[in-house]
Design a binder for this molecule. Structure first.
Ligand code: 13P
Ligand code: ZN
Length: 271
């Protein structure tokens, strides 16, 4: 079977178009990674080769043997579906967890995204936290969330409460809130470690003045998570521009809403 016909590649190509259509992936802005287990990859072994091996600046034994379908650095979201072999690639994590080997794609001399540290460190955290269910880490330059990071205090609980107040779906889709971090050097090890630290307790992490990282079990779920947070951010910006809130969903109503779905909202936000 052709690798392009696998559900992994089909999903990646479909979502790349949607991300571009949303305006969240200008030029090479944003990147995606999808964890594929050795069992899931087994039927497609004949499509794989052994390419360049690269040492990682950390060791992640939790990911040993896993495969990652990852967008290439410098790749434009708008071109991924038309040029999948050049735009995408698959790397395998070594048995000791500290090397990657390219096993598919990245033709024309490509290599994985410059944000690979943030992706792999986040996957390691989310794999453990979700008992293996979380498979996707998605970074986009979501317009309204970025804009919001210029006007709200860069505080996890403040930003979480503001977004939850905007629409009922927010506390239901991200009861664990949105982790907020200051601007840091893109592609650095530092931004990678800081993101993974916040991913221990939040499925969404805001990179101030840059973008958003989301994690979850499949592409649609993570896309929906970011889409919902970005819509809430858009409404908040409109409300601010219109002179500010006159009323909002109250903390008691948000608690009752979370309770109705059997969810525990992030502590310290509604008290
Ligand atoms: P890459 O082109 O290396 O994926 O980087 C894009 C980006 O969004 C950096 O944060
Ligand atoms: Zn970015």
């Amino acid at each position: 079977m052709d690798m392009l016909k696998t559900p992994f590649l089909a999903d990646m190509m479909r979502l790349s178009k949607e991300i571009y259509a949303k305006g969240w992936g200008e030029a090479n802005g944003g990147n995606i990674s999808m964890r594929i287990t050795p069992e899931e990859m087994f039927p497609f072994q004949h499509c794989l080769t052994t390419g360049i091996t690269t040492k990682l600046p950390f060791s992640l034994p939790e990911l040993a043997g896993d495969y990652f379908l990852v967008t290439g650095t410098g790749v434009f979201y708008r071109n991924i579906a038309d040029y999948p072999h050049e735009s995408l690639g698959i790397v395998k994590i070594s048995d000791d967890g500290n090397k990657t080997t390219m096993v598919w794609g990245y033709t024309s001399g490509g290599r994985p995204t410059s944000e690979l540290p943030a992706h792999l460190l986040s996957h390691a955290v989310r794999k453990k936290n979700s008992q293996g269910k979380d498979k996707i880490v998605l970074h986009t330059h979501a317009t309204n969330l970025i804009a919001l990071s210029f006007v709200l205090p860069l505080d996890t609980r403040v930003v979480t409460k503001e977004l939850w107040e905007m629409m009922s779906e927010c506390v239901v889709l991200f009861p664990d809130g949105i982790g907020v971090m200051p601007w840091m050097m893109p592609g650095s090890l530092e931004i990678g470690h800081a993101t993974a630290e916040l991913m221990k307790s939040h499925s969404l992490v805001m990179w101030a003045h840059h973008g958003i990282f989301g994690a979850g079990k499949n592409m649609d779920q993570v896309f929906g998570l970011i889409e919902t947070a970005d819509k809430a951010a858009e409404m908040l910006l409109k409300v601010m521009a219109a002179g500010g809130k006159k009323q909002a969903i109250t903390p008691e109503e948000l608690k009752a809403l979370a309770n109705a779905f059997g969810l525990a909202p992030l502590a310290g936000v509604l008290d």
